[in-house]
Each structure stands twice: as C-alpha cells, then as structure tokens.
Ligand binder design. Structure first.
Ligand code: NAG
Length: 280
C-alpha cells in the first residue's frame, strides 16, 4: 500500500514546499548623514527564484538620491525542473493508483501494463535524483545570493567609508530545505519501487532459476531433508500446496503466483498483490 499512499503525498510536499515559497530579507543602510538613511529595507523574493528580476530602492547616501538594487542570479531552471517532475510524478502516481484499483485485468493483459509501469518508474527515479540534486545545488546558490551580508555588498553606499550597512534578518529556509528532503525521499520511494514493478513484468524468473526451486521444494516436502540445502523460506506453508510451484515469496508476507506456468489467472486474482500495493 505504501506506493499508493506515499507517492502522491510525497510529490505534493515536494512541489508545494518549493513552488509555494516566498521569502524576505531585511537590511539597513545607515548613512554618514543620517537624514539619508533607510534602516529597514525589505527585499521579497519567491519561486521561481529569478533573483535578477528582484529589485528594491536603496539610498545612495548622497542627498536624497536612491538607486535600484537588483539581486544576482537566475535559479528558475532548477526550481522549475524540480516542480515539474514533482507535478508529473504526482499525476502519474494518481493515475497508476486508479489503474491498479479499477483496471487490474487490463493492467496485466499482454504484460503491457507492467512493462510501461516499469519503464516509467525507472525514468521517474532517475528524474527525481537529477532534479533533486539540481535543486539542492540551486537552493545552495539561492541562499548565498539572498544572504543579507552578501546583498549589502552590492550597494554602492556600503562601499563608501562612514556609511554602515547591516543585516536585520535573512530568509527562512525550512520550507525549501524540506522540499529538497522530499525530493530525495521521492527518489528513494521510486527507486525502491523499481524492484516491485520489475517483479510484475515477470522478467526476473527466467526458466533456469525456477526449476531448481521447484525440485528442492518437492524434495524437502517428500523426504524432509536436512536444513543445509534448504533456503530459509523453503518452509511450510510455502511448500504445502501444489500451486505454490513457481511462486515466489513476497516481502509483505504474501505469495505471488506467477504467470509462466499457465496457472496465473485464478491465483493471481487472489494472491497477487500489485507492485503498488505490496511494498513497505
Ligand atoms: C526604506 O525602504 C523601503 C523599501 O524596503 C521603503 O518602503 C521605505 O519607504 C524606505 N524608507 C525610507 C525612509 O526611505
């Protein structure tokens, strides 16, 4: 059930914390001639972090003149990439949930559902890793570019002796830090799901591996052999019923009966959890 529940929620957290962000920093400019000072200059910025478009009027400390100060940098590409992946990941996992629940049979038909699911899952894992890393780097750069101590260095007034510039407060980063954490959590979730979707494709049980299992099952059932050649899972009730031949142990503690022995239809309806429902 884990993927069904967590994939859309984790995706929402990722794009909401990043895409919904807005922050503020505040600096002060105390001019030598106090009349010109502005001791509380607020600078607001938000997603998508095109900081070079963020500006504010600041005193120059020469008469009443002001200058327009621009922040430095454009971090929209990594931020928007991250949010885009999160949105598509959300949409796909919602759609997959609906398909798993309402269109089980169609999903398994021709093995095409599991195949597409497998490829999409691999692609999303990769994209989550790339976009989270890109956004983690982007966020680190945003933090530098909006550090009040860095921002005051951009003002001409602060380069003149006698004027005092200072930071009042910097932006709060917890939301954006959370978005990076959720980005990597999504990667772990999707990458972990690769195995379960892979099992659904049926590729992992190539003919060679399956038959020794079946033989050892029969042997252990018939002759009660000593444990040295029995894998730990090869215990009752695993070998109690004939239809367990060709089935594999599933992490949630149930059994999946697999399709390549022509017995699929009945048992997979009963005991075949989907890749989305059988994890964690
Ligand atoms: C100081 O700067 C802010 C912009 O953050 C502006 O709204 C305010 O009017 C300025 N104050 C003075 C005294 O110029």
């Amino acid at each position: 059930m884990c993927m069904v529940i967590f994939a859309p929620i984790f995706a929402i957290f990722a794009f909401a914390t990043c895409g919904g962000y807005s922050g503020q920093l505040r600096v002060s400019v105390a001019c030598n001639d106090k009349m010109d000072s502005n001791l509380s200059i607020g600078i607001n910025f938000a997603y998508p972090f095109r900081l070079h478009q963020v500006s504010v009027e600041v005193p120059v400390c020469e008469g009443r003149r002001q200058e327009r100060l621009y922040l430095v940098g454009d971090f929209s590409s990594s931020a928007q990439f991250f949010v885009t992946i999160a949105v598509f990941s959300f949409l796909y996992s919602l759609m997959a949930t609906v398909v798993y629940i309402f269109y089980q049979n169609k999903y398994r038909e021709n093995n095409r559902g599991p195949l597409v699911d497998f490829i999409v899952t691999v692609v999303f894992s990769f994209l989550w890793l790339v976009s989270s890393s890109a956004w983690a780097k982007g966020l680190a750069d945003v933090k530098v570019a909006t550090d009040p101590d860095e921002v005051v260095l951009l003002m001409s007034a602060c380069k003149t002796q006698g004027n005092k510039c200072g930071s009042i407060y910097g932006p709060i980063w917890s939301g954006l830090n959370t978005s990076v954490v959720f980005g990597y959590l999504n990667f772990v979730l999707w990458a972990g799901n690769i195995w379960f979707v892979f099992k659904e494709t049926g590729w992992h049980k190539g003919g060679t591996q399956q038959y020794p299992d079946r033989i050892s099952e029969k042997q252990s059932a018939g002759f009660n052999q000593p444990p040295y050649n029995q894998p730990p899972y090869n215990q009752p009730p695993y070998n109690q019923a004939p239809y367990n031949q060709g089935s594999s142990f599933n992490q949630s503690g149930g059994y999946i009966t697999q399709g390549d022995f022509g017995q699929q239809s009945d048992y997979s309806q009963v005991g075949g959890p989907t890749s989305f429902s059988n994890q964690m």
